[in-house]
Design a protein around this ligand. Structure first.
Ligand code: CMC
Length: 431
């Protein structure tokens, strides 16, 4: 088939050029503008990347208009129903579902790396007791760069793989330690007889004084939430990891950058913000007041957990979580939980309101995830940390994909300069 092209003409000077159209497996065609400056002397402008593809990727596919999310071709609904987080991690990293023996081997490798260096534990003491756990995560994960010199050659694929395993394995340990630091309890060592999520719950809730066995319902819910949060193509934190990694920075520093980006309330910080918002609203009688605030352009209040840059239909992850939310609350907490009732009513009211309908603002994944985490006994300030544990798999998969991409070079956006034109320096005495 002949290459698809698009002709671009500058009406100002009559110059024109042919631009190649690239087709992916699915999704809209993409105009290749890499020759544009050379051919036409102009840049393109797309300040927050609403219409710009930054790379080729075969990891995750999203169709925001249809509400579709697939990891390596597998619909998120099927993975959520039938898989577990570590299997999904394998899929995202290696591109295929593992055989049983490949899965067992992968699980063993991840278990082998769950501990952190004893000296790393002393890092936590440098943080004030009330430090936000995401702040601790940014610092401690970044500091891993200083520990693993045996496998930090980013040009060596085997080193990259070892770093990936280390990050996936150690993230729950560091996350749980940040929580224990917050509440003033001793850190718990990992238990490698447990699975990934069970071990995380153990490190969070066990103490040296009492036995603790993770509740299977909690383990199942956590696997599900981690699967739903594992990847989401070129979102802000994945793009941050890729841009950081494009300079050939070490992977631990890149993931720390990803964690920092995730923290913001417009991104992963939304799950914490949703619970804080529900607490602030407090009662169904206050819903109208807060809906009015969200619509008021002079008020900075937004309905947290609503809206998405890509999903303009519904967020398929929110649909799955909403169903599970009922089940978890029924089994683990009070099914008449007022927070859940408040969330349900808020959703109902917003979905019928013209402002939200016209702008296609639907509940996103974070609208319900915090409620489930609360039912599992996890504090509000740990919600985004939970997201970070799961998304580490996506960050690492994207970093690995980028590092083996022959097109990979340092990322370097351009700008529209709007500052002063050339002018001469004036000494103090003449200013
Ligand atoms: N509440 C009230 N108005 C909203 C909201 C909201 N949550 N989200 C968007 N709008 C309005 C916005 O004011 C704008 O209105 P207008 O056209 O009149 O100026 C219009 O909808 C389009 O919004 P936008 O800010 O241009 O959209 P965006 O694509 O830049 O932002 C978003 C996407 C997710 C940052 C935004 O919807 C938002 O801030 N939502 C709340 C935070 C949130 O839940 N974030 C989690 C995202 S899902 C988890 C993840 O993947 O990270």
């Amino acid at each position: 088939m002949a290459d698809k092209t698009l002709t671009l003409k500058n009406n100002g000077n009559g110059k024109s050029t042919e631009l190649r159209l690239i087709s992916g497996t699915e999704g809209p065609d993409v105009m290749d503008i890499s020759s544009l400056y050379r051919e036409m002397g102009i840049f393109t402008y797309d300040p927050v990347f609403v219409a710009t593809a930054s790379c080729h990727s075969s990891i995750t596919y999203i169709d925001g208009d249809e509400g579709i999310l697939r990891y390596r071709g597998y619909p998120i609904e099927q993975l959520a129903r039938s898989s577990n987080f570590l299997e999904v991690a394998y899929l995202l990293l290696y591109g295929e579902l593992p055989s049983e023996s490949q899965f067992n081997e992968f699980q063993e490798i991840i278990r082998y790396h769950t501990m952190i260096k004893e000296t790393l534990k002393s890092f936590f003491d440098g943080f004030h007791y009330d430090a936000h756990p995401m702040g601790i995560m940014v610092g401690v994960v970044g500091s891993l760069s200083a520990f693993y010199h045996d496998s930090l050659d980013i040009h060596n694929p085997r080193h990259r793989e070892i770093s990936a395993h280390r990050m996936i394995a150690k993230m729950p340990t560091i996350a749980a330690a940040s929580y224990k630091h917050n509440i003033g309890e001793p850190f718990m060592y990992p238990r490698n007889d447990l699975d990934y999520c069970g071990n995380f719950l153990h490190m969070m809730f066990a103490t040296p004084c009492e036995d603790y066995e993770p509740d299977p319902i909690a383990v199942k819910a956590m696997n599900l939430l981690f699967i739903l949060h594992a990847d989401h193509e070129q979102n802000a934190s994945n793009s941050t990891v890729r841009l950081s990694g494009s300079s050939q920075a070490n992977p631990f520093a890149c993931i720390a950058a990803g964690i920092a980006s995730l923290w913001g309330p417009a991104h992963g910080g939304a799950n914490e913000a949703v619970l804080n918002m529900l607490q602030e609203i407090g009662d169904v009688s206050q819903i109208d007041k807060y809906i009015a605030k969200a619509k008021d352009k002079d008020d900075s209040f937004r309905l947290m957990g609503f809206g998405h840059r890509v999903y303009k239909n519904f967020d398929p992850r929110a649909t799955i979580i909403r169903e599970v939310c009922h089940e978890v609350l029924e089994k683990l907490a009070d099914s008449n939980n007022p927070m859940f009732e408040l969330a349900r009513r808020l959703e109902e009211v917003a979905l019928e309101d013209d402002y939200f309908v016209e702008r296609k603002l639907y509940p996103n994944v974070d609208f319900y995830s915090g409620i489930i985490y609360r039912a599992l006994g996890i504090r509000n300030n740990m919600f985004t940390v939970m997201f970070a544990i799961a998304r580490t798999v996506g960050w690492v998969a994207h970093w690995m994909e980028m590092m083996s991409d022959p097109e990979q070079r340092i990322g370097r956006p351009r700008q529209i300069y709007t500052g002063a034109g050339e002018r001469d320096y004036v000494p103090f005495s003449k200013r």
